[in-house]
Design a binder for this molecule. Structure first.
Ligand code: HEC
Length: 139
């Protein structure tokens, strides 16, 4: 309690100082002791979407599958990085469906000469969740 009071007094005093400084009419001493606001920390896609079930479940499915052997989030290995894929496509139902069918049936020619193999064991729902996770990585 005591501490709180002291603190708020300090705040009031600070505000009064700023006020009197601005109201004095003098243009020379315009610096105040107000600290610069801390730069807004940029949230990573992982932090932003940690409560989004599409993201969380899609990530879990991707981890269980063979995707990590050819894809990384930030770096191209055999396949394009998820980051690059997410920059290329908006998250629309149409894109999610099309990319999911590329994952299930395999595809080649969008990113280069190396084909992505088919994943016939994946259900459409699971493949779409995986694609949603990938597209949510957009920065
Ligand atoms: C053997 C390597 C390999 C594996 C395993 C693999 N991919 Fe790929 N993936 C690729 C390659 C290569 C491409 C680029 C294909 C192209 O240029 O059309 C690609 C492309 C993609 C794309 C973009 C498709 C497009 O049309 O732009 C997505 C999304 C994707 N992969 C997701 C996945 C997911 C999800 C998995 C796991 C189920 C997976 N990949 C497993 C190699 C792989």
């Amino acid at each position: 309690m005591k501490l709180n009071k002291t603190l708020s007094l300090a705040v009031v005093a600070g505000a009064m100082m700023v006020y009197s400084c601005g109201g004095s009419g003098s243009k020379t001493e315009t610096t105040t002791s107000t600290p610069a606001p801390a730069p807004a920390k940029e949230m990573t896609p992982e932090e932003k979407h940690k409560d989004n079930p599409d993201f969380v479940n899609g990530l879990a499915l991707v981890k269980q599958s063979d995707c990590p052997s050819c894809h990384m989030v930030d770096r191209k290995i055999v396949g394009p990085s998820y980051g690059d894929v997410s920059e290329k496509y908006e998250i629309t139902d149409e894109n999610v469906e099309r990319l999911a069918s590329h994952v299930i049936n395999g595809n080649v020619g969008v990113w280069g000469e190396i084909p992505m193999p088919a994943h016939p064991a994946l259900s459409k729902e699971d493949a779409e969740l995986m694609v949603k996770y990938v597209l949510l990585l957009k920065k």
